[in-house]
Design a protein around this ligand. Structure first.
Ligand code: V47
Ligand code: SF4
Length: 385
């Protein structure tokens, strides 16, 4: 786990102590645990969701964030490939997918189409391609093996992060290989890490309401655990702000924290805010920015073994992403270059998500943080002071 030695000024710690003194006993106790570096229990996290003010959790989360990372705020230069939005599943929150029967309304890229996307970045400083899409019944394991091998041969320096556990579960079952065999085949072809998508909320009673037909929580965790055991790093997400309760969020984070205790293979936790544009759940209102910030802060406090907490700006909008940097977040994803449609189709204000390096560095510096370009595995590439 990467912890920079930047000291928290004594006055900041005194200010937090003063803030604790003004709290009810139970909250003060949780605050003391944070300052003492003790692990929070599920009951502590629930109490924070139910009773703590934004200012309280924010000050504590910022304290932890600065103890771990100082002012460092990581970003990378990346682009996405979305092979298709045709999908055999029907998650009710998804604004992006089209069923196979209506595939003429969607897109299906060939291997050459996708290689041409990669070639657009020849000679450019992008370090990562993020490949994620719908679950297309005709795009099988060996199709993606060929794609990965060709990308690797063309740009050996580009880190390939790809495929949610949902896509992997389907392609391995269809190819009749075990998870371990399938992950090994993809790793040997050149896949280096997994993104965090598909986790949603693990609790079966919520999954049944929002995404009943895809891999369940245990299956998601098993795929990530297998990837970790094969030496790959992965990310974890949580889709929040829809029909779940606080207890479901805590349960989800606990399962991730337990797996991380066993393997240490997660890089980053990425809370994903439910956006309600143009999907089956459009009547479910989106939560406020206060709820967003509280969640980030509590995640920073509870997920004590996750080195990084990421705000994904195409989903949150860049101004809100900037705010999260005072509430525990130390990573802001990448430049993206207008290569993903998942959030623009769900109604995000970021309709053409793209930031130049200068823009992303400025966004970070405007709120008093230090912009640090990283690769996918958080090796520092360049400090943009
Ligand atoms: O699993 C889909 C989410 C995820 C909506 O690992 C929605 O670095 C909100 O996982 N409102 C895919 N969320 C994207 C993803 C991701 C994104 C950025 C970085 C990384 C990483 C991973 O998008 C899905 C689902 O949870 N999603 N629709 C929606 N309407
Ligand atoms: Fe398919 Fe993913 Fe959309 Fe679910 S979220 S319908 S699995 S593309």
């Amino acid at each position: 786990m990467m912890i920079t030695a930047e000291a928290i000024p004594a006055t900041a710690t005194q200010n937090i102590q003063a803030l604790l003194n003004g709290q009810p006993e139970a909250l003060r106790h949780v605050g003391q645990k944070v300052l003492a570096g003790e692990r929070l229990s599920d009951a502590d996290a629930l109490l924070l969701f139910e009773q703590a003010s934004l200012g309280f959790v924010g000050a504590l989360a910022n304290h932890v964030r600065e103890k771990m990372h100082g002012h460092n705020t990581y970003f990378n230069r990346n682009f996405h490939i979305e092979p298709t939005n045709v999908c055999v599943f029907s998650c009710h929150f998804c604004s992006y997918s089209r069923l196979y029967a209506k595939r003429e309304e969607g897109w299906e890229l060939s291997i050459d189409d996708m290689l041409n996307i990669v070639k657009k970045y020849d000679g450019k400083p992008e370090t990562e391609v993020h490949i994620v899409g719908g679950v297309h019944p005709k795009m099988n394991l060996y199709f993606f093996v060929e794609l990965i091998q060709k990308i690797r041969a063309h740009r050996p320096d580009l880190h390939i992060k790809g495929f949610t556990a949902v896509e992997l579960d389907y392609m391995f079952r269809k190819a009749k290989v075990s998870i371990e065999e399938g992950m090994t085949i993809l790793r040997d072809a050149g896949l280096q890490s997994l993104p965090g998508g598909g986790a949603e909320i693990f609790a079966p009673e919520i999954r049944e309401q929002i995404c009943a037909d895809k891999v369940d929580g245990a299956g998601w965790l098993h795929i990530h655990e297998t990837a970790h055991r094969l030496g790959m790093h992965t990310n974890a997400t949580m889709l929040y702000g829809h029909v779940e309760h606080y207890t479901h969020r805590v349960d989800h984070m606990r399962q991730l924290r337990e797996l991380q205790d066993r393997t240490g293979g997660f890089n980053t936790f990425i809370p994903l805010k439910f956006r309600n544009g143009d999907n089956d759940m459009s009547k479910v209102p989106e939560v406020s920015v206060i709820e967003d910030l509280k969640l980030y802060a509590i995640a920073r406090l509870y997920m004590d073994n996750f080195p990084h907490l990421k705000a994904y700006w195409p989903m949150l909008g860049r101004k809100n992403a900037q705010l999260t940097l005072a509430f525990g977040v130390n990573d802001i994803d990448g430049t993206i270059d207008d290569t993903t449609k998942i959030y623009s189709m769900a109604g995000s204000e970021e309709q053409t998500p793209s930031m130049t390096t200068d823009e992303i560095v400025t966004l970070i510096r405007q709120v008093g943080r230090k912009a640090v370009e990283r690769d996918t595995l958080y090796n520092v590439i360049q400090e943009w002071s």
